[in-house]
Design a protein around this ligand. Structure first.
Ligand SMILES: Cc1cc2nc3c(=O)[nH]c(=O)nc-3n(C[C@H](O)[C@H](O)[C@H](O)COP(=O)(O)O)c2cc1C
Length: 272
C-alpha cells in the first residue's frame, strides 16, 4: 500500500478495534496486528500486507463474533478506499504469522483467529485461482434458505411484504456476506409481537458447530445487517438474550437438517 493508504487504513483498524465495535460483545480486547511480510497463505498470490486478527487465548465465542464484526467494518472501509481484501482462515499458516509478529504476539495470552490480506487487486488471476473462484465463490443461497418467520426457523420469510420490506436490501446485504469456504452458516428469524403486527427483533443463528468460522461468519452478518439498516436510517442494537427473554424459545432448533444455535438478537429501537 502507499504510505497514505496504509495510514488511512490503520486509522480504521484502530477505530474498529475499540468500543463500540472491538470487544463490544465478548467484553474482552481483540486486536488486528498489521504485518508486512510474505506470510504463507493459501491460495492468495502476491499478497505482502496483512491484518492478523487476535483474540484472547481463552475461548470466548462472542470475542470471535467481535472479530468478524470489526474486521468486516475494516474490509468495507478498505473497499471504499479502492483496496482489495481477502479473508484468510483455513488457508493461513500461523507459524509464519507468529514469526512475523515477534514480540507483538504472546503465546500465553493470544489466539490468532484469521488473517486479511490487503493490497491492490490484480486483474491477472492465475488459472487455478480463477477455477476455484468459479466453483466456490460468487454463489449464494436464496433468501428463503436464510431468513425465516418465527423462532422455529420453519417458515421462510417473505422479505418483500410489509412489515419486512422496511428492511429493504438489508437481507441481500447479508446474503452476499463472505464466509469461509462460502459455507454461509448464518440464519436469521424475524420475531413479531403477540398480535403479529410489528417486528420486535431479529434472532441470528449459526448452523455449524465450528467454534471459529461460524461465529466469525455471524459477526460478518452483524456488520452487513447494521450497515444495511444504517443506510435506511433504521436504528437498533445487538443484544444477547436468554431463552426466557426470548419467550422460552429454544437455543437450538433444527433447520434444513442441521442444528441452528441461537447467538444474538438485533432489536430495533422502536418496533418496526
Ligand atoms: C473467515 C473467512 C475465512 C476465509 N478463508 C479463506 C482462505 O483461507 N483462503 C481464501 O482464498 N479465501 C478465504 N475466504 C474467502 C471465501 O472463500 C469467500 O468469501 C467465499 O468463497 C465467497 O466468495 P465471494 O465473496 O468472492 O463471493 C475466507 C472468508 C472468510 C469470511
Amino acid at each position: 500500500m502507499t504510505d497514505k493508504d496504509r495510514e488511512e487504513l490503520l486509522g480504521y483498524v484502530k477505530e474498529y478495534s475499540e468500543a463500540p465495535y472491538g470487544g463490544a460483545l465478548g467484553k474482552a480486547p481483540i486486536r488486528f496486528a498489521y504485518v508486512e511480510a510474505p506470510l504463507t497463505v493459501w491460495p492468495v498470490v502476491g499478497a505482502r500486507e496483512f491484518l492478523v486478527a487476535i483474540a484472547p487465548k481463552e475461548y470466548n465465542r462472542l470475542s470471535v463474533v467481535d472479530v468478524g464484526r470489526a474486521l468486516q467494518h475494516i474490509v468495507h472501509k478498505a473497499t471504499k478506499m479502492g483496496l482489495g481484501t481477502c479473508w484468510i482462515g483455513p488457508g493461513a499458516d500461523h507459524k509464519s504469522a507468529i514469526a512475523a509478529l515477534g514480540e507483538r504476539f504472546d503465546a500465553e495470552q493470544d489466539h490468532i483467529i484469521c488473517f486479511c490480506a490487503i493490497g491492490y487487486a490484480s486483474f491477472l488471476m492465475p488459472f487455478f485461482i480463477r477455477t476455484i473462484v468459479g466453483i466456490v465463490q460468487r454463489r449464494r443461497k436464496p433468501l428463503s434458505d436464510l431468513f425465516f418467520l418465527g423462532e422455529t426457523l420453519k417458515q421462510p420469510l417473505d422479505t418483500t411484504s410489509a412489515p419486512f420490506d422496511q428492511l429493504g436490501r438489508t437481507y441481500e446485504v447479508c446474503q452476499w456476506a463472505p464466509s469461509s469456504f462460502n459455507a454461509q452458516p448464518t440464519r436469521c428469524a424475524a420475531i413479531m409481537d403477540e398480535a403479529g403486527e410489528t417486528i420486535v427483533r431479529f434472532d441470528f443463528f449459526a448452523t455449524t458447530a465450528s467454534r471459529y468460522y461460524a461465529p466469525v461468519a455471524l459477526g460478518i452478518w452483524c456488520t452487513q445487517w447494521e450497515l444495511g439498516c444504517e443506510a435506511l436510517g433504521i436504528q437498533g442494537h445487538f443484544e444477547i438474550l436468554s431463552s426466557e427473554e426470548r419467550g422460552g424459545a429454544a437455543q437450538v432448533v433444527s433447520v434444513q437438517e442441521r442444528q441452528a444455535h441461537y447467538d444474538i438478537s438485533w432489536l430495533p429501537n422502536t418496533p418496526l
